[in-house]
Design a protein around this ligand. Structure first.
Ligand code: PMP
Length: 405
């Protein structure tokens, strides 16, 4: 992959940052930068055929409706869903998880039930399940982590029993980079007829998702971590499950007929998309997936993996810098600590050199507690990062370590 050529497609990198140096963006786990094709797709919609979808008979409405449907088909192909009906647009990962918790789980959850999550979850895939349990009296069971940051699969298998209604697990830890064994997780849950939701927020840019092969019940992700816009995400659900739950939101666009007495709901997927959708977001997400498909997920994965491997070697040689979590399999996310320096000081120091990393708890308080830290410095790679940028990061870490020594 020609990284320079790819990087040129992202206008943000053509801007000098306030300090006058090049932006070295190593916070891709928080959100990815946007290529010109995605920005253009959104601008073209607003400037060229802005209209609501599904209802108008005039030409911009027809064009918008076609683009909207095409984007849904693109999503379907991208995750290999059986049908477009299984792909519901939401405002993001968090929204999708809340919708599953509120509409699928909670209505039937009792104090005899339980829900399994992991100790490494982002709050977005933790708090909704925790609150569901608190409001129903169900038990929240948490799969612990091994010291290297891997899930303790034996502990998971022991937590599974007939009371479990949902296993909600991230594919990749947004803080440690741990890649979870989804096949093992789903297979074990199947033996107890338990639903499984996969938080694919970090997985989407890393490898090809095949929901049929995974055999998960729900899978969720956000557009903005996939070079797409904010405010748009996807809830994949098996057709019979999405059929079986009440509409995720009531309103216009999700009905066949309304009388004073009753409402007949639309078929999937519209049934779950009450109100005007984030049309520009959907079109932008479609463009982002086409962009990713063109580059090839394998090429993206290989590139970010080689940067990660390179960084791990370099960090391993660095006195005073500790890598947090050395999982067996990881994605391109690394948490680290610089001895005696607060993560925010590290991030501020690097920022003056144009290097953008993330410092803090990464919305994973239970994980931070497990690690015994307040926060970490997190480095996460994208397709536009280069080995030279890793070298600059390492130089910056040496400087900050020595400055505070
Ligand atoms: N889960 C994981 C693993 C994440 O990394 C994130 C975003 N950091 C979320 C959930 C929440 O995503 P969003 O804020 O886009 O809803």
């Amino acid at each position: 992959m020609n990284v320079e050529a790819v990087k040129k497609q992202f206008p943000i990198f053509n801007k000098a940052n306030p300090a006058g140096n090049e932006l070295i963006y190593l916070d891709n786990a928080a959100t990815t930068q946007k290529p010109q094709v995605v920005i253009d797709a959104i601008a073209d919609y607003y400037a060229g055929y802005n209209s609501n979808v599904g209802r108008g008979s005039y030409w911009p409405a027809t064009a918008a409706t076609i683009a909207f449907k095409e984007a849904r088909n693109t999503v379907q192909d991208f995750i290999n869903a059986r049908t477009h009906k299984e792909c519901i647009f939401t405002s993001g990962t968090t929204d999708a998880i809340n919708k599953v918790a509120n509409n699928y789980l909670i209505p039937n959850l009792t104090s005899a039930d339980s829900v399994i999550v992991t100790e490494m979850e982002h709050h977005g895939n933790f708090v909704p399940w925790q609150q569901a349990c608190l409001s129903s009296g169900a038990k929240l069971k948490v799969i612990p982590l091994r010291d290297n940051g891997d899930l303790d699969y034996e502990a998971y298998e022991q937590l599974l029993d007939d009371s479990v209604r949902m296993v909600a697990v991230t594919a990749i830890s947004n803080a440690l980079g741990t890649k979870n064994d989804l096949k093992r997780i789903v297979e074990a849950a199947r033996a107890f007829n338990t639903a499984v939701l996969i938080d694919a927020a970090q997985l989407v840019t890393h490898e090809k998702i095949d929901v049929q092969q995974l055999d998960c019940d729900f899978l969720v992700f956000s557009g903005h971590k996939l070079f797409g816009p904010t405010g748009i995400g996807v809830l994949y659900g098996k057709e019979d499950l999405l059929e079986g739950i009440p509409p995720l939101s009531y309103g216009g666009g999700m009905v066949k007929q309304v009388t004073v007495e009753e409402t007949i709901f639309a078929d999937l997927p519209e049934k779950h998309e009450g109100g005007t959708s984030n049309i520009a977001g959907v079109i932008g997400l479609g463009a982002a997936i086409c962009f990713v498909n063109k580059l090839g997920l394998t090429a993206i994965h290989e590139h970010t993996k080689s940067l990660t491997d390179y960084t791990l070697v370099k960090l391993g040689d660095l006195d005073g810098v500790r890598i947090l979590g050395l999982p067996d399999e990881r994605a391109s996310v690394i948490s680290l600590a610089v001895e005696k320096v607060h993560p925010h000081d590290v991030a501020s120091f690097l920022s003056e050199r144009g290097i953008a990393i993330r410092a803090g708890h990464h919305c994973t308080h239970p994980l931070m507690k497990r690690l015994g830290v307040q926060g970490t410095c997190r480095v996460s790679f994208g397709i536009y990062n280069k080995p030279e940028e890793v070298d600059m990061l390492i130089e910056g870490l040496i400087e900050v370590r020595d400055f505070f020594a």
